[in-house]
Write a protein that binds this ligand. Sequence first.
Ligand code: ARG
Length: 270
Amino acid sequence: MKKWGILTVCLLLTGSLLAGCGDKNSDKTSGSDNGGSKTEAKTIVLGTSADFPPYEFHKMIGGKDQIVGFDIEIAKQIAADMGANLEVKDMDFKALLSELSSGRVDFVISGMTPDENRKKAVDFSNNYYKAEQAVVIREKDKDKYSTMKSLEGVSFGIQTGSIQEDIAKTIPNAKITGLSKINDIIMQLNSGRVDASIMEKPVAEAFLKNVKGLAIADAVPDYKEDGYAIGVKKGNTELVDHINKTLDRLNSEKKIEQFVSEASDLAAQK
Ligand code: ARG
């Protein structure tokens, strides 16, 4: 359901990480007014595209649809270190950077690669994780698509606004269908409307655990990926500094590895 998308709208002060958004009951996110409460709890708003297990994804837990994943765990730690509440806004991946620039979200954690184009528009934290790219195909095409050459002219389902779009464009004559959500790409692949996709390997592996008939191709895209980083509005050095401190702490406590393995287990559960 879209409930995360229609959460309390907080008017965030430009450049300020801790906009006063009124208080929230920590276990209740249904507020539709914007204030009137007594306490001064601060809220920071995370933008993410929760279609990306094990990074961020929807899961029914205790009968409730929740957004979980290791990016979300990192976001919780950032908020906790700042003494702030965390509000999660789920949206299409392609909307994330403009939501950040307009101040509707304070930070973005969404398995985002800090590539040169994005660095022009927003600022990034240090990298917190790294993963390779993978080509996903139907299992029965495994022999057919074993090299990048064999993927020339093939139809690809690709997440709009992702770096995978750039990678797909380097494949000669690739026919690219842009889709907002990875779940839709998986469905289109399964039903034969597209023949291949490119996504991060951990994401491909997470989907493949629950979807029959798909496989990771032996072909590996050539992309020198720089890992993942957390985006903030351009110039918000205060928030980047906070975030980097939390990342340093999590790294020294080996927490990121732990979050990744817990999220992978959760993603694999039916
Ligand atoms: N790493 C890729 C990029 O930055 C894909 C990220 C997609 N993230 C997501 N939550 N769907 O473009």
